[in-house]
Every structure is written in C-alpha cells, then in structure tokens.
Design a protein around this ligand. Sequence first.
Ligand code: CP
Length: 339
Amino acid sequence: MARNFLDLMDFTNEEVYKLIELAKMLKSADKKDACPYLLKDKSLGMIFAEPSTRTRISFEVAMTKLGGHALYLRPGEIHLGVSESVKDTSLVMSRLLDAIEIRSTDDEGIYELAKHAGIPVINGMGTYLHPCQCLCDLVTMSEHLPEGKELKDITLTFVGDATIYENVGTALSQILPRLGANFIYCVPEGYVADDGFYAPVYRACEEGGGTFKIVHDPKEAVRDADYIYSSVMWYEGYDDDKERRCRDFLPDYQINEELASYAPAHCMFMHYLPAQRGYEMTDAIMDHERSLLWDGAENRLYGEMAILVYLMHYQKKADEELRREEQAKIEAWLEENVK
Ligand code: CP
C-alpha cells in the first residue's frame, strides 16, 4: 500500500525526526557531488494548478539528482477534472508514474486524487496545509538551533494571519507543539479563526507537551522567540485585500529591526518565500546575518528529496543483471523479426 505525504501530522514524531535526518544525509551526499541514485528510472508527475518557484524546482531537481525523472503537468494541458474525472486521471497516472506531487487550492481534489492512486501522492501545497514547506523548515531550524536547545525546546513566533489561509502557519502550529516546542501566533485582531479550527493544535499540545498561544502585542510575542517567521502580507491575485491588510498589519506587524530588537539577541528570521520585500519584512531583516531565508529555500531541495525517498523506497529497484538479460532477449527477437 502506497503511503502519501498529505499532512505532516500523518507521520509520528519518530518518523518526522527520521525524515529530517534523511534530508541531512542526502544534503551531505549532494554537497560531495555523490547523491545516490535511490530513485533510478522512477518518474514523478508534478501537477501545479498554482504558480510555484521553490516547490516546482526542488521536486524536479530532486528527482534528477536521485536518478529519476519529473514531469511538469499543468491543468489545462492535461484532462484532470475537466474531460476526465479526478478518479480516472488518478487511476491512469498510477499506471504510468511512480509518484504524484500536486499543488492545488482544491483540497478535496488533492484527497480525491490520493484516494484512488496506487502510488504515493504528495501535497505540494493546498489551502489548508503546506506540509513540504513545514518539513523543510524543521530541517532548517534543526541546522540552526540556539545553543543548548533541541527542536523540542524552541519557541517560534509566526507573524501573520492565524486563519485557514495561512497554510504554513497552520502546519507549523500543529507539528511544533507535538514535538514539544512552543508556537506563538502574532496576529492583529480579526485575523483569528473560530476556536474549532485550532482543535488539532490543542490535541498536538496535549500529545507532545508543547504550547500554542495567540498574541496580539508584537513586542510581547517576540520576547522569547528563537525564530520569527513571517508570511506574505497579502496574496497575489487578491489585490482587493492589499489595502485592508496593509492597514491592519503595518507598521506594528512588520518584521523590522525595531521589532527584532525586542527579541533575544540570537533570534533568527524565517519566511517561506516568495516575500513582498518592504511589506511583511524589511530588506534589513531579509538580508540580515541571522536571516535563514536562503538556507530555508535551499533546504526545500533536501526536504523534498527525503520525502520522495521515504515514500518511494519500497518500490522495486532496477536489477541491472535482469535488465541485461531482458535486453539480450529483446535484441535477439528484433534481429529475427524486425528487418
Ligand atoms: N514556499 C513555496 O512553496 O514557494 P513556491 O510557491 O515558490 O513553491
């Protein structure tokens, strides 16, 4: 039975730590130009119903470095959900590919695709969650831990929007407390969801012993932060929101040097990117010596590699001796039958 990567919470803490370790091993191998061909001859279909720079590049490069191949499949250029049901496309893809990655705002469509697929399906970002980004952020944080701390000890302050539309914040707010860490949402009034939305977060706190808080005062929210994480101030394509959101978030909820001065001296800065420079984060913070933005973007590659290898490792590998035998058999047949 194929395992999917739809939600990082589907993986136990032990598995999450294994994924982080695997990402680091693959990174170390790649830095020596010795990335093992663990997915030789395997094919990943990548469906992107929404734009992407990091996710698309990292999955495609990951497959190449692991000895496999990735196909970019754009809705409108394939039949998915238009002249063919999601179920039928999923059944066909399962016969032709070895794994599927999908980015879509149709969360139900992602789950429908996964339900009928006989191969692993990876959530490359939905409305509700961005589990790939979340895992890669854990890799980045684990490489840049404050002295004397482990992941389970850290405090992350996420400045942004605590509603369903913040898929990275939602994913981090669930996994960090389950690992035992502290998650603080720093949001203006009005950017908080109904209490029921946070039920998985409170369950995670109970399971892992971590904490979750929503704080409206930015100075208080960053006081103990090991990491300050920012999300976009408004979403491209939703420009009607821009004026309202800028009014609600600026200047108090911008990550700038003044706000950073209220955080501990070791505090590091994160953003999933793309960022709107000068809005949610100033240039000085994005390019700060304690900015983890570019390490974080690079780690998308190694996190995606770990996800692919973890999910696809069970699949049959190429057997070179059998391949040579099959080649000899078919060449002999061609010699005799195809002039
Ligand atoms: N952070 C992230 O998922 O980036 P892209 O939208 O560029 O893939």
